[in-house]
Design a protein around this ligand. Sequence first.
Ligand code: PXP
Length: 257
Amino acid sequence: MSISVSTSSESSSKKPLLGVNIDHVATLRQARGVSYPSPLAAALLCEKAGADGITIHLREDRRHIQDADVYEMAGQLSTRMNLEMAATDEMLAIACEVKPFWVCLVPEKRAELTTEGGLDVAGQVTSLKEYVHKLQASNIKVSLFIDPDDKQIAAAIECGADAVELHTGAYAEAGLANDTDAQLAELKRIEQAVATAQSIDDKLLINAGHGLTCDNVNAIAKIDGIYELNIGHALIADAVFVGLESAVTMMKEAMHK
Ligand code: PXP
């Protein structure tokens, strides 16, 4: 299937897409070490419910998604796989074999509960540029998960990334702490980052994600120029109560209201 990807300037007036991160379906499976629930079945259900892409994070410690999930899913998705991974030699070899539509490079710490901060692209431009080019040579589009920070955006562009994914964790956490001023400040930081990215390179796609929920997603989805939101934990949590298809529908409605 050929799927076109519009540029940031083309997509600025469009509603953002929803990429569903299904890692936590695998978390549930790994908690018992059995074969269910199936991340593949979850991915297909999300696609049926209107997800625009499926995100999975193959962590170095394999705490949720396993190598077999990645290979199995690659042949069966009808949308696009976004493979999150650390920039290691092991992951490069897997990605070049699987050839997901997107790879999103993230920082990884063994002890963290989830991806804690953005990638320090500015601190490793030379090595990341080479890594990004190797993925692109395998026909894979590359996104870099970064904090909404001008220096990181400029560095991501210097590395030749096709997209950045802006870390919305601080925005989400401020909301959970009921700190409205801090949340507004974080929202402005994300808006500013989008504007900076567009002003430097109008072909760069701008995604966002982390900690987004039906309650906090709308303000982020309304930012002009956001191409796709990647959402996992809250959506899978909603699915426990309403089912996966309804949870996808609810999130899309919350994004686009
Ligand atoms: N984007 C990236 C790069 C992530 O690492 C994660 C978490 O795996 C997400 C989005 C989704 O975050 P959440 O599970 O909080 O929705």
